[in-house]
Ligand binder design. Structure first.
Ligand code: SF4
Length: 261
């Protein structure tokens, strides 16, 4: 019996399937519980702080102090989030977690001046249908430049990739470029990844060709997911990511690798 395909495809689902189809099945299709990730929860906290900064402060008032106030409000809010609670941090660990989030929020100001940014959308959910695929994404921030161009911005709390991985890390942002083109009728002039840890910005300029290529790749991933659901055939793809996988106990490939070593 065929498995039900997911209702939508997002950049994170596309990369989860590409990384390992079997882990994708466990997580997205079977919805098996996974322990919360400190990295992901910290990302949520920092994103929430920057979102508040842009919602609550007008250009001219977006200072580091205001950003730290926004972080404090987000910190209060996240105390009731099951993902945060699930981390089980003790007092010292929670203080360290909060202090590191503050470093990331402060670093943001070393990449750009938010007072010079005209944000027209924050945490903007976009969706479009391409064939049988519903492509969905949430854009951290959509800016409008003085020239009337759109710019897609994505905040990252992990380390910036080396030059050889830059292109693959831009995959998600290119999905947002494709979504803008489909939903607003025009592509952004730039897509930016702001790596708050380093802190550094990686910027790409989408072209008709790059968007067309990305659309073809995304459609191919969706077809592969449909095929895998139809055949109930999600194969493991062992890699360095296995070390962080929540499904090691269920995975035959992981068991085989462990037995051989
Ligand atoms: S342990 Fe590795 S191969 Fe197995 S499901 Fe996880 S990522 Fe895939």
């Amino acid at each position: 019996m065929a498995l039900e395909t997911p209702r939508t495809l997002s950049p994170s689902k596309a990369s989860a399937f590409t990384d390992c189809p079997l882990a994708f099945r466990y997580s997205i299709i079977d919805r098996l519980p996974e322990p919360p990730s400190p990295h992901a929860v910290k990302g949520t906290l920092v994103h929430a702080a920057l979102e508040r900064l842009f919602w609550e402060e007008l250009p001219g008032g977006r200072t580091t102090d205001k950003a730290i106030e926004a972080l404090e409000a987000a910190w209060e809010h996240i105390q009731h989030d099951p993902e945060f609670v699930g981390l089980g941090l003790d007092g010292d660990q929670a203080r360290e977690f909060r202090a590191d989030a503050e470093v990331l929020v402060s670093n943001y100001f070393r990449i750009e001046d938010p007072n010079e940014v005209r944000a027209i959308g924050v945490e903007l959910g976009l969706e479009t249908q391409i064939g049988s695929m519903v492509l969905r994404g949430i854009i951290d921030r959509l800016d409008l430049t003085a020239d009337g161009e759109l710019v897609v911005v994505d905040y990252k709390t992990g380390r910036a990739p080396g030059a050889q991985f830059e292109k693959s890390r831009l995959n998600g942002v290119h999905t947002y470029a494709l979504l803008c083109e489909r939903v607003f009728g025009r592509a952004p002039s730039q897509v930016k990844l702001l790596y708050l840890r380093d802190p550094v910005a990686i910027v790409a300029t989408p072209t008709e060709q790059s968007i067309r290529g990305h659309r073809a790749r995304t459609t191919a991933v969706w077809s592969a997911i449909e095929r895998a659901c139809e055949r109930e055939d999600f194969r493991p793809r062992p890699s360095g990511l296995c070390n962080y996988c929540s499904f090691q106990d269920l995975c035959p490939a992981f068991a085989a690798t462990a037995a051989a070593s």
